[in-house]
Design a protein around this ligand. Structure first.
Ligand SMILES: Cc1ncc(COP(=O)(O)O)c(C=O)c1O
Length: 365
């Protein structure tokens, strides 16, 4: 096996200083040294979301789903309802968590790759005054669609709802302003646009919301927001033994964003996505959704007719490039996903497109 360049939406290529941080000498998670690094990492997480000091972050050892499950298993008192707006695989993943915890639900399901209809959302809010939380995904990775978070946030403000947003594939890749978007709580993970390793998840939330959560209402022992929040506030630690070794790379990856600046990181991702999109379009591919609705970091693209998505992916893998196959039926319809998260630069995209063209031409014969 040879090393491939990951053009996949997580795991991602990491910078050398992030990889080297894995080799940090061993420390105990109950030491002051850990506490200092924990607090520093918390502060850097807040910057991803343009959060002011009315927000606080906690770090959860686990994948993005663990952060989402931490939130959804902790926010609700008996009888509180959630309104879920979904239009793809990761909206369905939120539904799976909501269903597992038996949270009363108003389920607003829109066809994949279509924008949620705001009139439908507003009607549902007006008709369901007992909804406590509105949940949705910022970047629906399965289609590349950026959802209308600002518009939903405005409705949450109007109807007095807690707005919970899955920012797993958006943080560090999209401009997110929790204050302006009225986001009360959101989640993400290091192993995507931030450029760290998988397994470093976190939650960013308004302090008043975190303060209002009781121990009793949290339904999971480990993925427990009450415990994570109070342990962080009281001792700058995590409730259980965390993946200490992954904290260092997360911290370094967040510092890398501060050094590059978040705006410059996002601009780089936009330039890379444009190169990829112009390139595959010129080669006869078409997109699942319009480019102006697509994320800065994932391109969902249908290969020219007759070319099997998995066969194409296998050929690219042999030549050093890793892509994702489209989720659900998309894969069968010849859709692949090309991501540009982490240590991917313009020249990497151009190099990838040269190989893309060679493979496409070979497979057309
Ligand atoms: C938007 C979104 N939410 C949740 C997840 C789940 O994250 P994980 O696979 O890290 O658990 C993903 C993974 O790609 C995602 O893109």
């Amino acid at each position: 096996m040879s090393m491939t360049k990951l053009f996949s939406p997580g795991p991602v290529m990491v910078k050398d200083n992030v990889r080297r941080a894995l080799l940090h000498y061993d420390i105990c998670h109950r030491s002051h040294e850990f506490e200092e690094m924990f607090v520093d990492t918390q502060a850097k997480i807040l910057k991803l979301f343009n959060a002011d000091d009315s927000y606080y972050s906690v770090i959860v050892s686990g994948s993005g789903t663990s952060a989402n499950e931490t939130v959804l298993s902790s926010l609700f008192q008996e009888g509180d309802k959630v309104l879920l707006i979904r239009n793809g695989v990761f909206g369905e993943r939120l539904l799976e968590i909501i269903t597992k915890y038996q949270i009363p639900l108003v389920d607003l399901s829109f066809p994949w790759a279509t924008e949620p209809d705001m009139a439908v959302v507003e009607k549902a809010l007006a008709e369901n005054p007992d909804v406590k939380v509105v949940a949705m995904v910022f970047h629906e990775t399965s289609t590349s669609m950026i959802n209308p978070v600002h518009a939903v946030g405005e409705l949450c403000k109007k109807y007095g709802k807690i707005f919970s947003v899955d920012c797993v594939s958006a943080a560090g890749g999209q401009h997110i302003d929790v204050v302006d978007n009225n986001i009360a709580i959101c989640t993400s993970v290091g192993g995507k646009c931030v450029g760290a390793f998988p397994g470093s998840a976190y939650v960013c939330a308004r302090k008043d919301l975190l303060e209002s959560i009781t121990a009793e209402q949290c339904k999971n022992v480990y993925l427990n927001l009450y415990k994570h929040y109070h342990t962080a506030v009281d001792s700058h630690q995590t409730p259980n033994t965390p993946n200490v070794n992954l904290f260092w790379p997360l911290n370094v990856a967040l510092t890398n964003i501060i050094d590059e600046t978040l705006d410059a990181r996002i601009a780089r991702y936009q330039r890379c996505a444009k190169i990829i999109r112009d390139g595959v379009k010129a080669l006869g591919c078409r997109f699942l959704i319009d480019e102006d609705k697509a994320a800065n970091t994932v391109t969902s693209v249908f290969l020219p007719a007759g070319i099997g998505a998995q066969d194409f992916i296998d050929e690219m893998e042999k030549r050093g490039y890793t892509f994702y196959i489209g989720k659900g039926d998309y894969g069968k319809q010849g859709m692949i996903q090309i991501a540009n998260m982490g240590e991917i630069y313009e020249q990497d995209c151009r190099n990838m497109l040269e190989v893309f063209e060679v493979v496409l031409n070979k497979m057309k014969k």
